[in-house]
Write a protein that binds this ligand. Structure first.
Ligand code: ADP
Ligand code: MG
Length: 339
């Protein structure tokens, strides 16, 4: 009798679960829903196969993180820190700053969150573009040194005159938070594009992997695409934000070694991996470092793959992408090997 009861219970549970699934479909809870948000100075597109309220939750994550992390919003934690040189911040912000500092170290300062005073001088923070003079840059560069940022619990202390900006990692981190939220809500299929930062959850509803296209940094269109069934595909490029003066183009990714827009021979870097925060940090840093140092870092650190587009038109992909990167329009990529 006992055994029979168990069997009946199991059967009932099965029916309930099956019923739950079809009920979900019948109620349209797995429907494709999209939303466009303008935040963090860019257009963000969310595509979620799930209920409406989860999409709203994702939008709220974006707006609340922007409020906390923006360097230009007078109400943000980062703004307060930059104004006073020291501040108590939320645990989340403190952790993100600590993480970012680790990436600054791992990239030997190619990523440097204390670049903000230099970025301001170029006018990138206020769309008031200008080319700063050499002396001005030299003065500001003396304030750039990520080792002058200390995080102790939730206190952050900046060395005199220093200011920080999390622009190189904030969108990747935001994507991670969105992915966590979606996963814990039971969503199995989603893609978010946070201004060129693509992060996906699971496969497409038809069971095939997502195809994430990589923009051509020179002309409209794409150079290729990668296939993924989870994780981040994040691109940094000089073509994303720039201005021109006297026939010279100046973009928003600054080389901390000289305070000028990085000219490393690369036009764009796409980093592919599990963590959006890591891929965002690395896409900015590898762009500053150039192909050779980028390949060295990939060999040394691992845990990610990359597509590098060089200014001579070459496309280089790390070995792990051999099968998942597909060139478009007849192009062919060279493979960066382990040695
Ligand atoms: P985007 O935000 O355009 O997608 P990135 O992730 O590469 O591109 O971030 C660029 C942003 O990072 C800049 O707008 C600026 O706020 C900041 N930044 C620029 N150069 C550096 C650098 N060397 N280290 C850290 N942050 C940087
Ligand atoms: Mg970045």
């Amino acid at each position: 009798m006992k055994h029979r009861a168990k069997v009946l219970l199991a059967a009932a549970l099965c029916l309930f679960l099956l019923g739950g699934c079809s009920g979900k479909q019948a109620a349209g809870l797995d429907e494709k829903r999209t939303s466009t948000v303008f935040a963090m100075d860019t257009v963000m597109e969310l595509t979620v196969y799930g209920p409406e309220d989860v999409l709203r939750e994702c939008e709220n994550i974006i707006t609340s993180l922007e409020k906390k992390l923006s360097a230009t919003d007078p109400g943000s934690e980062i703004y307060a820190l930059n104004e006073k040189g020291t501040a108590q911040v939320s645990d989340e912000t403190a952790l993100l700053i600590s993480d970012a500092l680790c990436w600054c170290e791992k990239t030997s300062g190619a990523l440097d969150i204390s670049i903000y005073p230099v970025l301001k001088a170029w006018g990138f923070t206020a769309d008031a573009y200008r080319v700063p003079g050499e002396e001005e840059l030299a003065g500001l560069l003396s304030l750039v040194d990520y080792t002058g940022v200390a995080v102790e619990g939730s206190s952050v202390i900046l060395r005199d005159g220093m200011q920080i900006d999390l622009g190189a990692v904030a969108k990747g981190y935001t994507g991670d938070r969105i992915m966590e939220t979606l996963a814990s809500a039971g969503i199995r299929s989603a893609l978010v594009n946070l201004g060129g930062n693509v992060q996906v959850l699971g496969k497409k509803p038809d069971g095939s992997p997502w195809r994430v296209a990589i923009a051509d940094p020179v002309k409209s269109g794409y150079i290729g695409y990668v296939e993924t069934d989870g994780g981040a595909v994040i691109t940094s490029g000089g073509y994303q934000r720039f201005f021109e003066e006297d026939g010279v183009t100046y973009h928003h990714i600054i080389d901390p070694s000289n305070g000028c827009p990085a000219r490393s021979g690369l036009l764009s870097v796409t980093v592919i991996g599990n963590s959006g925060e890591m891929c965002d940090a690395l896409s900015t840093a590898l762009f500053v470092m150039g192909a050779e140092k980028a390949a060295d870092l990939w060999r040394r650190e691992g845990g990610f793959e990359a597509v590098l587009v060089a200014d001579d038109g070459r496309v280089l992909v790390t070995e792990g992408l051999k099968d998942s990167y597909h060139a478009l329009s007849g192009g062919k990529a060279a493979v960066i090997g382990r040695d």
